[in-house]
Design a protein around this ligand. Structure first.
Ligand SMILES: Cc1ncc(COP(=O)(O)O)c(C=O)c1O
Length: 311
C-alpha cells in the first residue's frame, strides 16, 4: 500500500482570523490509519479552533468589546495558547490563572504569546485557578477591568468550531481517499467538543462513522469516575459537557505505559513525538487499523506535540 498525503487546502472558514490559512495536514501514517496533525495549528493544538470561535462569537454578540474588555480564563494548557492567540488577533488583553502544576516553560510560552498570568501569590497560598478567576471577577471594579470569562467547559461555541471547521476540513481532505465510505474515529474527550463536532460533521458529509472513545485506565467519564493520570487534556475529572454519548460506539481504556510505548514507537518509526492524549488514541487506532481497508479507514487526531510532556 502506498501512503498518501491529502493536499493542503486553504481555510476560508468564518473561524479564521486571517484571510487564508493552510489546513493542518491529514496523513496516512500507517496503512489504514489517517492522522490529522492538529499540532500544526498556531498555538500547537486543536484548541485554537475552539478559542477562535469563542472569541469571535463573543465579539459578534457584543460580550467582548475590543479596547474595553479583558478576557479571563483558568487554563495553562492548550486552550490558554489558543486563547492568547485568538485575543491577540483582535487586540483583546487576556489574563490566565495557570495552576502551579504547569511547567515554567509553559508559563513563559503563554506570556510570549501575549497572555498575562494572574494570581500567582493566591495560587502559592493554596487557591485553585477557579478561585483566582472568581476573585478577579468579584474585584473587577477595583481592578478597573471589564472581564469576559470564556469558560470553555460551558461555552458551546467550541463544538461549533469543530462542526463547522475541523470536521468539514477533514471531509474535504478525505477526497484524497475517494474509495473511503466508512471511518472509525478514535478520539478522547476533555470538554468533548472536538469529538462531537468532528464526528457530527463527518456524518453530515456522508460518511458512516463509528466512534471509539479512549480513556485512561481506571476512568469512566460516562459515570463520572476519574483517577489521577498523566494524559493531560482527556478525562479531566468532570463528565465532558459537550460529549454526545449517542455518537459513541465503544469505549477503550489505555494505560500510561501503553501510551508511552506507542509514543516511542512512533518517534522511532515515523520521526514525530505525539502528545500524551494523541499517543493514547494512537495505541487504540493502530490496533483497529489492522482491519481497515480501501473503503474503511481509522481516523485519529494528533492533538498536540509531545515535547511539552518530556521531563
Ligand atoms: C492535548 C489534548 N488532548 C485532548 C483534549 C480534549 O479536547 P476537547 O476539549 O475538544 O475534548 C485536550 C483539551 O484541552 C487537550 O489539550
Amino acid at each position: 500500500m502506498t501512503l498518501r498525503l491529502a493536499e493542503p487546502i486553504a481555510r476560508h472558514s468564518i473561524a479564521s482570523d486571517h484571510p487564508v490559512q493552510l489546513a493542518t495536514p491529514l496523513l496516512e501514517v500507517h496503512p489504514g490509519l489517517l492522522l490529522k496533525f492538529e499540532s500544526d495549528n498556531p498555538g500547537g493544538s486543536h484548541k485554537v479552533r475552539a478559542a477562535r470561535f469563542i472569541v469571535r462569537s463573543a465579539i459578534a454578540s457584543g460580550d467582548i468589546v475590543p479596547g474595553h474588555t479583558t478576557v479571563i480564563e483558568k487554563t495553562g494548557g492548550n486552550f490558554g495558547f489558543g486563547l492568547a492567540l485568538a485575543c491577540q488577533a483582535h487586540n483583546v488583553p487576556v489574563e490566565l490563572a495557570v495552576g502551579l502544576e504547569f511547567s515554567a516553560v509553559k508559563r513563559r510560552c503563554l506570556e510570549l504569546f501575549g497572555a498575562r498570568l494572574i494570581g500567582l501569590d493566591m495560587l502559592e497560598r493554596g487557591a485553585t485557578p477557579r478561585e483566582v478567576v472568581e476573585w478577579h471577577l468579584e474585584q473587577a471594579n477595583e481592578l478597573e477591568r471589564h472581564y469576559f470569562y470564556t469558560d470553555q467547559f460551558h461555552n458551546p461555541a467550541s463544538v461549533a468550531a469543530h462542526e463547522l471547521e475541523t470536521g468539514p476540513e477533514i471531509a474535504m481532505q478525505l477526497k484524497a481517499w475517494p474509495e473511503v465510505k466508512k471511518l472509525t474515529f478514535v478520539s478522547c474527550a476533555g470538554t468533548g467538543a472536538s469529538l462531537t463536532g468532528i464526528a457530527t460533521a463527518l456524518k453530515h458529509a456522508g460518511y458512516a462513522v463509528d466512534v471509539v472513545l479512549v480513556e485512561p485506565q481506571g476512568c469512566d467519564s460516562r459515570n463520572g469516575i476519574f483517577t489521577s493520570h498523566k494524559l493531560e487534556g482527556m478525562s479531566v475529572g468532570v463528565v465532558p459537557p459537550f460529549l454526545d454519548w449517542n455518537l459513541i460506539n465503544e469505549v477503550r481504556t489505555v494505560s500510561h505505559e501503553e501510551a508511552m510505548e506507542t509514543r516511542q514507537t512512533l518517534a522511532r518509526t515515523l520521526g514525530f513525538i505525539a502528545g500524551n492524549t494523541a499517543a493514547a488514541c494512537l495505541t487504540v487506532a493502530h490496533t483497529l487499523a489492522r482491519s481497515a481497508s480501501c473503503e474503511h479507514k481509522v481516523l485519529s487526531l494528533m492533538y498536540d506535540h509531545g515535547l511539552w510532556y518530556l521531563r
